[in-house]
Design a protein around this ligand. Structure first.
Ligand SMILES: CC(C)(COP(=O)(O)OP(=O)(O)OC[C@H]1O[C@@H](n2cnc3c(N)ncnc32)[C@H](O)[C@@H]1OP(=O)(O)O)[C@@H](O)C(=O)NCCC(=O)NCCS
Length: 195
């Protein structure tokens, strides 16, 4: 088997195009049947790039964006070394619930990069950065019909809330998973280099 090395690091503004590619591909892979096709068709890489560039530029204690980079280029069909295969962002908890300070805002992988521990490493990297900024707890909102929510349960997230939302003209249900203590999650990054 070919060895693959994936590095997890903070996102830079220059990553915006690569991040946007993952964002759009992952949304179109994850959300058909969950959110309206018209919204997925209308996703735009330049628009996503502009939003992620602003996020990367605005990073500071307790908020920012992360990328997982396939250094060897073995995961994607075009085999380009340095391809971004996973993206994540975090910041302040935006919901009126007092028990949580931070929020995992986004976490998306290319299909080719799933099942290799990259999602776990991105979550750990975000938890590490929140802890370094004295943000000791965090939560995430996820569509209740998204099977990826089991990933959050696997990582120790506890189901803490649900809420109906309107998104792109559809009525949807979201569930929240919370970590009252981010320390065990942050320690998950301490593992062998991905192969
Ligand atoms: C969710 C996501 C980030 C997980 O990343 P990943 O790299 O594939 O997950 P990992 O390999 O790090 O898995 C960590 C653990 O979670 C488990 N897991 C991952 N996805 C799972 C799923 N959908 N259901 C059940 N368990 C899952 C893995 O089996 C692994 O368990 P282990 O410790 O026993 O080996 C990825 O599947 C993804 O990008 N999904 C689509 C986008 C999405 O829905 N994001 C969330 C929006 S709220």
């Amino acid at each position: 088997m070919t060895e693959t090395t994936v590095a997890v690091r903070e996102a830079h503004a220059t990553d915006a195009a690569g991040i946007a590619r993952v964002h759009v591909q992952s949304w179109r892979s994850t959300y058909p049947g969950l959110i309206p096709d018209s919204f997925l068709v209308g996703l735009s890489e330049p628009a996503a790039a502009a939003r992620w560039r602003a996020l990367a530029e605005a990073r500071g204690p307790g908020h920012g964006a992360m990328v997982a980079v396939d250094a060897t280029g073995h995961l994607t069909p075009d085999r380009t070394p340095g391809t971004i295969v996973g993206i994540a962002s975090f910041g302040a908890w935006r919901t009126a619930m007092e028990d949580y300070a931070g929020e995992f805002h986004a976490l998306y992988l290319l299909d080719e990069a799933k099942g290799l521990g990259i999602g776990r490493r991105l979550m750990a990297a975000m938890a590490e950065r929140m802890l370094a900024a004295n943000v000791g707890s965090a939560a995430v909102w996820c569509l209740s019909d998204n099977p990826s929510r089991w990933f959050y349960e696997r990582l120790g997230g506890v189901r803490i809330a649900e809420r109906p939302i309107r998104f792109a003209g559809a009525s949807l249900l979201e569930v929240a998973y919370g970590w009252r203590d981010l320390a065990p999650l942050a320690r998950l990054s301490a593992g062998p280099e991905l192969r």
